[in-house]
Design a protein around this ligand. Structure first.
Ligand code: GLU
Length: 422
């Protein structure tokens, strides 16, 4: 255990985030005096989550909710269930939410939660108990005006329904606005499930135009074929691109002529991954990074693009569907090689943007059509990306540092205007 919880362990997501902050400080002007705010989460809660298993044993899981910054509004960010979840990881994810929410100008701070658990090993009943107990434990810091969780890795609309119900039962009133990503008939929003993938597509479409890469016929490799990766792949395929490779925890599949998604998706849903799909060549996982492709979409977990893999990739454009997929040394390597990276903090912001729409709809109890949602999402993403691109061009910096510059200026301006109290 390090001396302080903000001291990063080497090559952890938190150390990646801190080095991204260092790169933006020179562009913050007088606001730089507040920069330490960015290096310290406002609040981090660690909770014990005991549940009685189906066989009568009592098991304890470790849960977290970190509120990185709330200067611009309530905390906002997902909850992830994964065996590798740590406090340090959740800290990084919460910080990236602060940057992301400010980059698209949503009236939110940044937060994130997680439980160290392998949900595949739990029954549905155990999963429900875990979710309800965790929600009760973090209930002291979440709320529709305090901090609003949402789905992330291995969590979904059903889990959000249990969270909403538990919170509501505990406060004695139905509070749909306490979580987003809920089922539609419980105050969820149309378009939310596919929103993150749609945002990846929209930012990718804009970036491709800038580098004069035609989507029609472009070859796309996707790592992570969950909600984000598969939704983005479908939209790219609709635009005429060929999905030449897909990788997830069940393996890597490759077809230079493009995978047939209509055939692949039911297999992924039924078997929990791409590995069971037969009509494609099965290749070694590491060979994924050498594939001939124009667009690479990392949509799995953090730290996947190492400097070594960045040196090997043939892609011209990297679209970060995942949070924190690229290590800082890899970022430099990609920049040196002239490969354009649309960073996570703008690329995957479509999910939280439609979460914001959901929250607004819940408060007004007036629901929008899917077309309205997709149009508004497109407009917000295009506008945010344009401002980031202008900043990048002005300072000759990468899109990542430019996104941090736009976002940190908003966060620290709010910090300064509000002042320190007490
Ligand atoms: N988990 C998603 C993300 O990383 C969405 C968070 C939200 O909708 O609050 O951006």
């Amino acid at each position: 255990m390090s001396l302080s919880y903000v001291t990063p362990s080497p090559s952890s997501p938190w150390s990646t985030y801190l080095s991204q902050v260092e790169r933006v400080v020179p562009y913050l002007g007088p606001l730089a005096r507040w920069a330490e705010t960015l290096r310290r989460p406002k609040r981090a809660l660690i909770v014990d989550v005991p549940i009685e298993m189906d066989d009568g044993r009592v098991c304890h899981f470790e849960g977290y909710r970190v509120q990185h910054n709330m200067s611009r509004g309530p905390g906002k960010g997902g909850v992830r269930y994964h065996p590798d979840v740590t406090l340090e990881e959740v800290m990084a994810l919460s910080a990236w939410m602060s940057i992301k929410n400010a980059a698209v100008n949503l009236p939110y701070g940044g937060a994130k939660g997680g439980i160290r658990v392998n949900p595949q090993e739990l029954s549905q009943k155990e999963l429900e108990k875990l979710t309800r107990r965790y929600t009760s434990e973090i209930g002291i810091i979440i709320g529709p005006q305090q901090d609003i969780p949402a789905p992330d890795v291995n969590t979904n609309a059903q889990i959000m329904a249990w969270m909403m119900d538990t919170y509501s039962m505990n406060v004695g009133a139905t509070a749909t606005g306490v979580v987003t990503g809920k089922p539609i008939h419980l105050g969820g929003s149309l378009g939310r499930v596919k929103a993150t993938g749609r945002g990846v597509f929209v930012t990718g479409r804009e970036a491709a135009r800038r580098i004069e890469l035609k989507l029609d016929g472009a070859r796309v490799a996707v790592q992570g074929f969950g909600n984000v990766g598969s939704s983005a792949a479908e939209l790219f395929a609709q635009a005429g691109a060929k999905i030449v490779a897909a990788q997830d925890h069940t393996g890597t599949i490759f077809n230079p002529n493009g995978l047939d998604l209509a055939e692949l998706m039911p297999v992924v849903r039924a078997e929990g991954g791409v590995g069971g799909y037969k009509n494609a060549e099965r290749i070694d996982n590491e060979a994924f990074w050498d594939i001939d492709c124009d667009i690479l979409i990392p949509a799995a977990l953090e730290g996947q693009i190492t400097a070594e893999r960045a040196r090997r990739t043939k892609a011209r454009l990297v679209l970060e569907g995942a949070n924190g997929p690229t290590l800082p040394e890899a970022d430099d390597m990609l920049a040196d090689r002239g490969i354009l990276v649309v960073p996570d903090v703008i690329c995957n912001a479509g999910g939280v943007t439609v979460s914001y729409f959901e929250w607004v709809q819940d408060f007004s109890s007036f629901f929008w059509t899917e077309d309205e949602i997709n149009l508004r999402l497109d407009k917000i993403m295009v506008g945010a990306l344009k401002k980031i691109w202008d900043t990048a061009d002005r300072h000759h910096i990468t899109l990542r540092t430019a996104t941090f510059a736009v976002a940190c200026e908003r966060i620290l301006m709010a910090r300064e205007e509000r002042g320190l109290y007490p």
